[in-house]
Each structure stands twice: as structure tokens, then as C-alpha cells.
Ligand binder design. Structure first.
Ligand code: CA
Length: 219
């Protein structure tokens, strides 16, 4: 799952990025409102963390512009502790959730997991397909109750497929959601990851249609 962090405080931006990257997210950082607007309008993010106080263009105005352009990406705004009116403006402008600064990173991570889960339509943090169980809170994967060890890339592909189950996903789409902006994106490697997942989790978990992509169907 790929996330945009729009935050002009470089230290905080990096802290959020490393916390999320540790959980297998591909993370891009925008340090001002214009960059945030551009990236959020042109790249297919699964979620945006948007600081309200950004230079060049403030966060609420960026959010309003996205919603006007029908960018439906879930947005969590970061506001000052006493910024209740910013939170009202942000939620009314189309934000899905908020956090006040300072915050604890595990809470931000949990809110992001909840937003991604809601977006996927899965009410349960644990995703299941036949004998395969994926716990989105811990990134643990079980096959018939036995833990399965996956590489970071295999896990990224699997998480994206569980969050976007029951529809065909192209290799390009997968690569756009597991790699960062300047990442070494090669959609051919996606086939390699999918084949390894099939070896580890059974060949029936992910079906494919020639030239179209891959599908994971929930029970
Ligand atoms: Ca700021």
C-alpha cells in the first residue's frame, strides 16, 4: 500500500516514513502544498497523511482541490492540538480522519490500518482466503495455521491483493502501489513475486488472466 506524507517538518516526515516503511508501506514525502497537490493528483496513493500547515499552499486548500478533481484517496489530516476549527474545516473539506500533534506513532499506524481496511470494504482486520490468513495488524501470514515467511515485496503484493480482492489487478497497478515514486519500478518483477507467493501459499490463491493481471478472490 502506497502512502503520501505531506509534511514540511523534515524530522517528523522522516519519522512517519520510517514507521510506515517498517510496516511494508511504500512512502513518498511532499514538503510543501504545491508538491503535495501535484503528487496526490498524479500518483495513485492508497492514503494521504496531510499536514494542515504547509508552506506554498495550505493543507485544507490542497484537500479541497483534490476533492474538486474527484481524487477520492482517503486523507488523514494532522492539526495542532488546539486546532479544533481546522479539524472542522478539514473534515468538511473531505478529510476522513485526523490526528493532533504531537501524537504517538502507533496510533497513527493504527488509524491508517483502519482507514485502509474501511477502504477495502473488509470490516475485519484479519483477511482470509481459504487456508490463508493475513493479519493486517501484524503482517503475519498463516497457511493452514502454520506461519509463512514472506519477503517484504511478497508481503506488499499480498497486502495490496487482499485489500483489493475480488477484482482483476494489472501488473502496472500492482507496481504503482508497492514501489515509491523514485523506486526502481519494473512490472516484470511483479510476476516473480506472484509466482513465489503461489509457491508458498498454494497455486489457487491468486488467479491470473493472460495480459490482464491477477485476482485474489475472498471466500
Ligand atoms: Ca507544518
Amino acid at each position: 500500500m502506497r502512502i503520501l506524507i505531506a509534511e514540511d517538518d523534515a524530522t517528523l516526515g522522516q519519522q512517519i516514513k520510517s514507521a510506515l516503511a517498517e510496516e511494508g508501506r511504500a512512502v513518498d514525502i511532499a514538503t510543501d502544498g504545491e508538491e503535495a497537490l501535484f503528487l496526490g493528483s498524479t500518483e495513485p496513493y492508497d492514503l494521504v497523511v496531510l499536514d494542515v500547515g504547509l508552506p506554498e499552499r495550505d493543507g485544507i486548500s490542497v484537500l479541497k482541490e483534490w476533492r474538486k478533481e474527484n481524487v477520492a484517496t482517503p486523507v488523514l489530516i494532522l492539526t495542532a492540538r488546539d486546532g479544533w476549527s481546522e479539524r472542522v474545516d478539514g473534515l468538511d473539506a473531505g478529510a476522513d480522519d485526523y490526528m493532533t500533534k504531537p501524537f504517538h506513532m502507533p496510533e497513527l499506524s493504527a488509524r491508517i490500518r483502519a482507514m485502509l481496511r474501511r477502504q477495502s470494504g473488509n470490516v475485519n482486520p484479519v483477511f482470509q482466503c481459504g487456508p490463508i490468513v493475513f493479519d493486517s495488524r501484524t503482517n503475519k501470514v498463516l497457511n493452514n495455521g502454520m506461519p509463512v515467511s514472506l519477503t517484504a515485496q511478497e508481503l506488499s503484493v499480498l497486502a495490496y491483493m487482499f485489500h483489493n480482492a475480488n477484482r482483476m489487478i494489472s501488473r502496472t497497478e500492482l507496481s504503482e502501489h508497492i514501489y515509491e515514486y523514485d523506486g526502481d519500478r519494473d512490472s516484470n518483477t511483479i510476476a516473480v513475486f506472484v509466482n513465489r507467493l503461489r509457491k508458498k501459499l498454494g497455486k489457487d490463491l491468486i488467479t491470473s488472466a493472460r495480459g490482464q493481471g491477477y485476482q485474489l478472490s475472498l471466500d
